[in-house]
Design a protein around this ligand. Structure first.
Ligand code: UT7
Length: 356
């Protein structure tokens, strides 16, 4: 079976730069706190009502297609990863397809909801499709428009200061060289702590899982025998219960454990060592997490790509943005061993090893 490879990449971040200082005017936070705890100095926010998750994805995809030497029309299959879709449904896969003018009926689109590990999961899906010969040009795209759904009051500061907008895309094709391409992908999940990093409203849960949250929450649902149940109740709006939630310390502790674990697993699978890695591109969750992982694996600074300082955490877009940026900077050369790794909400975590 042929291997698959990343034939071209592209990324897009909105023009508007939002420095930490700007956030201090909206909530009780400081540049010092954000830098010290996360490493973030600035992030990008999209143009509201003009840019969306799917329009940003389309820009990144066009660049990826050009670099892969194909027209968007030649894309056979789309894998779209996001937690901030344009619509509740349909998913962004078909929206980016429309945006790109892919009108032939052979194309298919799949939306995946794996948050921070969405891109690596998507890459693994593309890898399976290409290796089996089912598709020749698979688009894997991660895109997020976080700025439309964050709580900009002090109540939401532990989450809001971290996230930024952007998109990254890769075209996955068959590799002609049996030694090069995606060597392995490892995917994991555990729903035990699903609510520890979550965005649960709107949803049909009706409060069912509420005992799983640290503090039971009253969502203001009408009595259970009422028909025409609504996803968003007036109480949710009043109490701001439609924002993301994160138990930061809990997530941090698991992240620093799972990142090295899943990287070592992939290396073992391929019969390689941490020292063989030319470039590690971790999901940009927190600079402190990346530094911890780097130290644990014994990697030098030049073996790890970090850009959270400039873009914040862009969830499903963070790995393709970072990988593409590293490639543009000449940090990914032919024959290099590149490792991608992610951990996030679900919890889900994943890694990929690529011989470039
Ligand atoms: O990408 C998906 C995966 N996500 C992650 O991996 C994120 C993992 N977690 C983290 O990165 C960190 O836990 C955070 C950056 C989210 C938070 O850092 P922390 O060092 O764990 O802070 P904390 O949540 O323990 O909060 C410490 C203090 C609290 O005040 P008190 O209770 O000590 O008085 C918070 O209220 O910092 C306060 N705080 C803030 N202060 C200023 C929380 N957010 C802010 C803020 N500005 N933005």
């Amino acid at each position: 079976m042929k291997r698959s490879k990343i034939a071209g990449m592209g990324f897009y971040v909105p023009e508007r730069v939002v420095k930490n200082e700007e956030l201090t005017r909206l909530m009780d936070t400081s540049d010092e706190w954000i830098r010290e705890r996360t490493g973030i100095e600035e992030r990008r926010y999209g143009r509201k009502h003009e840019e969306t998750t799917s329009t940003m994805a389309a820009i990144a995809t066009r660049i990826a297609c050009e670099r892969a030497g194909i027209e968007p029309e030649e894309i056979d299959f789309i894998v779209f990863a996001t937690l901030s879709p344009d619509y509740y449904f349909p998913g962004c896969g078909v929206l980016v397809q429309r945006e790109l003018g892919i009108t032939h009926r052979e194309a298919g689109a799949l939306d995946i909801r794996n948050q921070c590990s969405g891109f690596v999961y998507g890459l693994s899906i593309a890898d399976q499709f290409v290796r089996t010969g089912m598709y020749k040009n698979v688009l894997v795209v991660g895109s997020e428009m976080h700025s439309m759904g964050l709580d900009f009051s002090t109540r939401g500061r532990n989450v809001t200061v971290i996230f930024g907008d952007g998109a990254g895309a890769a075209i996955v094709q068959p590799s002609e060289d049996p030694e090069r391409g995606i060597l392995t992908t490892r995917l994991h999940s555990d729903g035990t702590y699903a609510e520890k990093l979550s965005f649960i409203n709107p949803g049909c849960h009706g409060g069912y899982h509420r005992n799983r949250l640290d503090e039971p929450v009253d969502y203001g649902y009408p009595p259970a025998d009422t028909y025409g149940e609504i996803f968003i109740t007036p109480k949710m709006l009043q109490d701001g219960l439609y924002y993301p939630y994160m138990d930061g310390q809990f997530v941090f502790k698991l992240a620093v454990q799972k990142f090295p674990e899943v990287i070592l697993e992939a290396l073992q699978d391929a019969g390689l060592q941490p020292s063989d890695i030319n470039l590690l591109v971790p999901h940009q969750a927190n600079l402190r997490i990346s530094q911890f992982v780097q130290k644990r694996l014994g990697l030098r600074d030049d073996q790890v790509w970090n850009n959270i300082q400039r873009y914040g955490n862009t969830t499903a877009a963070s790995i393709p943005i970072a990988l593409c940026e590293a490639w543009e900077a000449g940090k990914v050369r032919e024959g290099d061993l590149v490792c991608l790794a992610a951990f996030g909400s679900g919890f889900t975590w994943a890694s990929a090893l690529i011989r470039w």
